[in-house]
Design a protein around this ligand. Sequence first.
Ligand code: GDP
Length: 312
Amino acid sequence: MYTLNNKKILIAGARGMVGSALARTLTDQGKGELLLPNRQQLDLADPITVTHWMKEHRPDVVFLAAAKVGGIAANSNFPVDFLLDNLAIEINLIKAAYELGVEKLIFLGSSCIYPKHAEQPIKETSLLTGALEPTNEWYAIAKIAGIKLCQAYRTQYGCDFISAMPCNLFGKNDNFDLETSHVLPALMRKFHDAKTNKADKVWVWGSGTPLREFLYVDELANALVFVAENYSELEHINIGAEKEISIKELAELIAQIVGFKGEICFDSSKPDGTLRKMMDCSKLSKLGWRPQLSLQAAISETYKWYCDNHAE
Ligand code: GDP
């Protein structure tokens, strides 16, 4: 439907986990000319800077992968940052994309946009049918506003702006800070440190029973290129792994990959968050995209990257 070949492509958030995976994938596939500004070159929170930068560089395509992101603790502790930073980034870039005649914009959100008690697996049509999970509603509200802004530009001005909602992600360039990270990188680091320090116990937050769906960021990047070229509709589209796993099983899998042989304990004073958020990805699979890599293989690749880049 649309080709990224020979296009000028801006990846907003190019240094982040999703943006850097997109840059690798687009480079590997030989797609277009990439514009990869860092935060000093393009401060997305500043509307004047964004408009000037867009006027100067005139991208044909924008992947909006920049966001203030974080795990269950960060979301609860920094509600203003999660709401305000994400709204500012979306408004500035989506508005400038319209004004500068961007041909295609792909806005990224996450599965936390859906109601806490949405019917599972969660279809795209569940959006705004119920109350959100309180531990990440700040981020979710900002992302819902971003989806609606893309829809508004499509409806009012005919812009080809689409939104993609991935499940929980992990991979190279993830955040491994224990206070602000998501569960998968946090557990990888905890097990690695415990192995290195010969500790006999690792504490996992919550009860271990919540179910989550994890997609490797390189697979997401591949899916995003696919939707950019093959999807052009008002409604957002889910991108998931099509498999779920409990936090307990995830902990056991990571411990095995890392080589930690001690005890795995559960800290019930920490929140579980939503108990299940499995997405229905039939819309995407009908278009012809499905994930390829097993969770085990993807976690092993990520752990290798972690050891080469972070671990002491
Ligand atoms: P969520 O999917 O938005 O809830 O984000 P997280 O990745 O932060 O948390 C997913 C689940 O993993 C929650 O039930 C957490 O309580 C649980 N979890 C277990 N250990 C950890 C940890 O060390 N860090 C984080 N962030 N979550 C953990």
